[in-house]
Design a protein around this ligand. Structure first.
Ligand code: NDP
Length: 285
């Protein structure tokens, strides 16, 4: 890739952001399509989004990704919001169009695409259990409800947050059955669920105890862990031992990026190239 004065910049903004795998995935895509563009990781502490936005636009940035802890701040900062961002209450992708900044959220759609890569899974009519009630759980809950699942149960360490998220899903999708629980009720709820999604930050270390043990799972279920730093997180090991089909969060990272790429560039994302770049980056970590 040769950088010149005409190279179009793109970036992910976050704090910290050095660990981000987005540059390797998007730069591989630009190379594969022969595009004169480069994707950077810019560390930006909270509190500066509104002032930095016009500068990034004037500097000619083609698009942005926004990650922790800036997604809610950019929700406030952009001039226009796509429906996906409104549903999530957060922005993870920004496009500059006709002199305006537009925010959308590809986390939910990325989650759906990743889960649909698991064998024989359709969301329609399924019972979905989410562990966690933060931003990632909100994206998964809204996306699963939009895909016409029958039931969304949210189990969280702080049960009030689970109830609040379940209430928001109910208001947006009244036809979907919802409930909010504490993690104490998660084992029983897991046995009844078709898809269990681990959306907490617990399990980031391989030696952490899993939130659910093998007795919560059985064959025929799908278990998806949003964490992608390990091939098999503690909860995925338990679920696999019980015969469930499992996947980690790398596919979600891939698809939220591929959908952002297509929105910015109007080009079909080279998903195989991006997946290979991510897998290699994970292997070399
Ligand atoms: P948030 O900080 O918004 O939410 C964290 C959630 O984890 C809360 O529900 C919190 O519970 C819960 N939690 C934290 N620690 C524990 C613990 N020790 N035991 C039980 N519950 C715990 O984070 P996000 O929702 O943004 O992210 C959650 C995870 O998803 C992260 O690991 C992140 O890396 C991953 N992620 C992956 C993506 C992908 O593309 N694969 C995309 C986005 C996120 P409480 O409410 O009680 O504090």
């Amino acid at each position: 890739m040769s950088i010149s004065a005409s190279t179009k910049p793109y970036a992910v903004l976050g704090h910290p952001v050095r660990h981000s795998l987005s540059p390797c995935m998007h730069n591989a895509a630009f190379r594969a399509l022969g595009m004169d563009a480069v994707y950077l990781a810019l560390d930006m502490p909270p509190g500066r989004s509104a002032s930095v936005l016009p500068w990034l636009e004037e500097a000619g940035f083609g698009g942005l990704n926004v990650t922790v802890p800036l997604k809610e701040e950019w929700f406030q900062a952009v001039e226009r919001l796509e429906e996906s961002a409104r549903l999530m209450g957060a922005v993870n992708t920004v496009l500059f169009r006709d002199g305006h900044s537009v925010g959308c959220n590809t986390d939910g759609a990325g989650f759906v695409r990743a889960v649909q890569e698991m064998p024989d899974f359709q969301f329609v009519g399924q019972r979905v259990l989410l562990l966690g009630a933060g931003g990632a759980a909100r994206a998964a809950a809204m996306a699963a409800a939009a895909e016409q699942c029958a039931e969304v149960t949210v189990a969280n360490r702080t049960p009030e947050r689970a109830e609040a998220l379940a209430g928001d899903v109910h208001r947006a999708f009244p036809q979907v059955r919802v409930q909010g629980l504490s993690l104490k009720g998660a084992e029983e709820a897991a046995r009844e669920a078709d898809l269990i999604v681990q959306c907490t930050s617990a399990g980031l270390r391989a030696d952490e105890p899993p939130l659910l043990r093998a007795r919560a799972f059985h064959a025929g279920q799908r278990v998806f862990d949003m964490i992608y730093s390990q091939h098999r997180t503690p909860i995925l090991c338990e679920a696999e031992a019980a015969g469930a089909a499992v996947a980690n969060g790398l596919g979600m990272l891939l698809w939220q990026g591929a959908l952002a790429f297509e929105w910015w560039t109007g080009e079909k994302a080279p998903v195989d190239v991006m997946r290979r770049a991510l897998t290699e980056a994970m292997t070399n970590r």
